[in-house]
Design a protein around this ligand. Structure first.
Ligand SMILES: Cc1cc2nc3c(=O)[nH]c(=O)nc-3n(C[C@H](O)[C@H](O)[C@H](O)COP(=O)(O)O)c2cc1C
Length: 365
């Protein structure tokens, strides 16, 4: 049997039936007020049914003004609790651990949906259409968002979720504070690494204080620059990882985009090897990025991951974990038709998002 299907014991006693997670994926299928829709539940349920050990929701905004896209799941208000409860119950019934990814878009929050001017570590450049960019955070914004993250985690716990993944990757608020480029503050929240990492750490600690040890708290980070994640440094992130472990995280998720490439800063070394050296053995490392086949996933475990997270492969192979139990099984690959995507739980709004990705949806379908 493949190691991928071996159970994973978290140090708090929780058990995942295997080492395969559904990566958080924004899918725009929630209602305009952030309340879960039946369609979003169905999208997740198909993956729980398909054997994933851990099923993460899309990034869910912890503050109303942190929303990144229309149709995004919200977790900033008690009105979201019933929907979150439905996900938690349904996912558990199908044998997977339900997890919510919690986030704030910062300067990438969408003013047209939140109705507010976005804010970030520092003031942003004007937008292309000439409108004002993000404003610099006040002390009240910073303390408020720490409370919002903690409240969101408490809501996830009350809903029956197994844990939260704090979204500290991909250039959203927490990464913007960490960034050497986007954070130009000269107070206690900017300047030194200690100051730039403070928001991510304070959020982690505030959450840890609000939820019991039986509730998983993990962080997803971008180890180096990639896409919108700018101004990051591998060695700084290694120190961040050490600190987050001290702060009580239960897992660390390295978002790599390509799990088979070595790091930019140390081209002979892989991020998993480097992070494994600083992250204690009882804190699992998750990773994602271009993992498509069982062989790919096994290679990533060999590189040092404890859990592999699937994004695009899970969109078109909702039963990937059940499939790989048969060594002869081969996952489908893109492009796929819109009709097939509908069968796999994607509504037109999500399919349209996927059309923006080259060669994913069959043209004309
Ligand atoms: C449609 C889509 C939406 C995504 N949304 C999120 C998100 O909400 N949060 C996040 O951390 N990553 C998000 N990602 C990144 C994935 O979690 C994953 O890290 C990335 O797609 C690489 O894995 P893959 O090669 O298996 O697709 C998204 C990716 C896709 C394709």
């Amino acid at each position: 049997m493949t190691r991928l299907l071996e159970p994973l014991h978290f140090r708090n006693g929780l058990l995942s039936r295997n080492r395969i997670a559904l990566a958080a994926m924004t899918n725009s299928q929630s209602h305009a007020d952030g309340v879960l829709s039946d369609e979003e539940l169905h999208w997740l349920a198909l993956r729980s049914e398909g054997g994933f050990g851990i099923v993460a929701t899309c990034a869910a905004h912890v503050s109303k003004n942190g929303q990144g896209w229309p149709g995004e799941l919200g977790i900033f208000d008690d009105c979201h609790l019933p929907g979150l409860k439905r996900v938690a119950e349904d996912t558990r019934e199908r044998g997977a651990l339900p997890m919510v990814q919690i986030f704030h878009g910062g300067l990438r929050a969408d003013r047209s949906v939140s109705g507010e001017r976005p804010w970030s570590a520092s003031e942003g450049a004007p937008n292309q259409d000439g409108s004002e960019g993000a404003r610099a955070a006040t002390a009240a914004d910073i303390h408020g968002v720490i409370c919002d993250f903690a409240d969101a985690a408490a809501r996830a716990h009350a809903a029956g979720m197994a844990g939260v993944e704090i979204h500290g990757a991909h250039g959203y608020l927490l990464t913007q504070f960490l960034s050497r480029v986007e954070n130009r503050r000269n107070d206690g929240w900017g300047g030194s690494l200690e100051n730039r990492a403070r928001l991510m750490r304070e959020v982690t600690r505030a959450i840890r204080c609000r939820v019991p040890a039986s509730f998983l708290v993990g962080v997803r980070i971008s180890p180096e620059d990639a896409g919108n994640a700018r101004g990051l440094d591998l060695d700084e992130n290694l120190q961040l990882a050490r600190w987050l472990c001290e702060d009580g995280i239960d897992f660390l998720h390295l978002s790599l985009w390509d799990a088979f490439r070595n790091t930019l800063k140390r081209p002979a070394e892989h991020a998993l090897t480097i992070f494994r050296e600083v992250v204690p053995k009882d804190i699992p490392l998750f990773t994602a990025g271009k993992i498509w086949t069982r062989e790919d996933a096994e290679r990533v475990l060999d590189l040092g991951a404890d859990v592999i997270a699937l994004g695009r492969a899970a969109i078109i192979n909702p039963e990937w974990p059940l499939g790989i139990a048969d060594p002869g099984w081969q996952p489908q690959r893109p492009p796929v038709s819109a009709t097939q995507l509908r069968e796999w739980g994607l509504q037109p709004v999500f399919i349209d998002r996927m059309r923006l990705r080259e060669n994913f949806v069959l043209e004309g379908s």
